[in-house]
Design a protein around this ligand. Structure first.
Ligand SMILES: Cc1ncc(COP(=O)(O)O)c(C=O)c1O
Length: 384
């Protein structure tokens, strides 16, 4: 099954590298990220691509994307320092988090950032004071649309159209540049029509603001592009074709400047998390269930298995008849169970010391890893 995700050459490299190293660790295949970036470029030739740093903030990933001419979407001044430290120009950076302290806005502004996203009055007033004249994206609340996705970003972000209109007017009054709307259809969004609904909403906001004499110039379509996990998705080219069709449908020949902020879709498939079976256990002699405890869990890389939301393809070199397992992590916390309701099938011969490979684990793994929970160190990353 690994061959459904990686070429023979890639897989040989992964196995050879993994045999001699203490697990757990993440391997990132930089060539795959480069290839995906080109696919985004080809699929969306007119869009500016702002890599969502939070998905995998590894220096090697950021440096590669910098060299490929990527822009960067940051969530905090700490991510900002990381990208600026690599020589990225601040005009290649968007501060896309709607939740930020006033003094962090000021710090980003002092360092040259002039593009922000916002969704509430308090933030707009802070932006006007700390980042005068900056361009602002107003984020649309996407509650209904994001609930379809595997990792929704609903409720917490964005605001309703009426409030968005008022905020844009306030921003203009306060000397900011109301630049456009932004949305995020939910992370790991496999339903392509989600973009149709979002673009339609964005379009109606352009019209609404136009009536108020505010001319939005741009639309930021966020992230949401899926990675191939246990359930495969359509290729990126299919997403691009459909989304470009929606753009034509809703905007005709007046398509605004386009921004994209892919995270998972750009780096997800390029990562392989290598772990080891600590033990295989049953709770009684007659128990039909096997608990497989691995040295990686919710707290050191597999956070997105919470609620069994993201289902990684799991591979072992062991072969033979298989049976149901419950997969759990190494810590003394009963929350540290990755999959219990969804039954993964692993070989009955699986035992302590066997390696387990979690495929398509390049996004939201290393960056989610705790620094010391139960004494376990943060997840290491190697770049091949
Ligand atoms: C503002 C913003 N942009 C982009 C992303 C990246 O989303 P994804 O990883 O689904 O592509 C996120 C994810 O949280 C986000 O909050």
């Amino acid at each position: 099954m690994h061959r459904d995700y990686y070429s023979a050459i890639e897989w040989e490299k992964i196995i050879a590298f993994s045999r001699t190293r203490e697990t757990p660790f993440l391997i990132v295949l930089l060539d795959m990220i480069q290839h995906k970036f080109q696919q985004f470029r080809t699929g969306f030739p007119d869009a500016k691509i702002y890599y969502a740093v939070k998905a995998n903030p590894g220096i090697e990933v950021l440096a590669l994307l910098r060299d490929l001419g990527s822009y960067f979407d940051i969530a905090s001044i700490y991510e900002l320092d990381k990208v600026l430290g690599l020589g990225v120009s601040p005009d290649h950076v968007s501060f896309g988090n709607t939740i930020k302290k006033a003094r962090h806005i000021g710090e980003a502004y002092d360092k040259g950032v002039r593009l922000f996203a916002s969704d509430c009055e308090a933030d707009i007033r802070n932006l006007a004071r700390e980042a005068p004249g900056s361009r602002v994206f107003f984020r649309i609340l996407m509650d209904a649309v994001t609930s379809d996705s595997d990792w929704p970003l609903s409720r917490k972000f964005g605001c309703q159209p009426r409030m968005l209109t008022d905020l844009a007017l306030l921003a203009a009054d306060l000397g900011l540049d109301p630049y456009g709307v932004s949305f995020h259809v939910g992370s790991q969004q496999r339903e392509i029509p989600a973009w149709d609904a979002a673009i339609a909403q964005a379009r109606s906001l352009f019209e609404r603001l136009d009536r108020e004499q505010i001319r939005f110039k741009a639309m930021n379509m966020g992230g949401g592009f899926p990675a191939d996990y246990l359930v495969k998705t359509n290729p990126l080219a299919v997403y691009a074709e459909e989304i470009n069709r929606y753009l034509g449908l809703h905007f005709g020949d007046a398509i605004p400047e386009l921004y994209l902020e892919p995270g998972r879709g750009l780096v997800g498939e390029a990562g392989i998390l290598v772990s080891e079976v600590v033990s295989v256990a049953k709770k009684s002699k007659t128990d039909l269930k096997r608990w497989v405890y691995t040295d990686v869990g919710i707290f050191n890389g597999l956070m997105e298995t919470l609620g069994e939301s993201i289902k990684y393809p799991v591979y072992t070199e062991k072969t033979g008849p298989t049976g149901d397992v419950i997969l759990a992590g190494p810590t003394c916390d009963s929350l540290d169970i990755m999959y219990e309701h969804f039954k993964y099938q692993l070989p009955l011969s699986l035992e302590s010391g066997d390696q387990i490979y979690w495929l398509s684990a390049g996004a939201y793994t290393a960056s989610y890893s705790a620094i010391e929970f139960n004494g376990f160190p943060p997840l290491k990353t190697y770049y091949l």
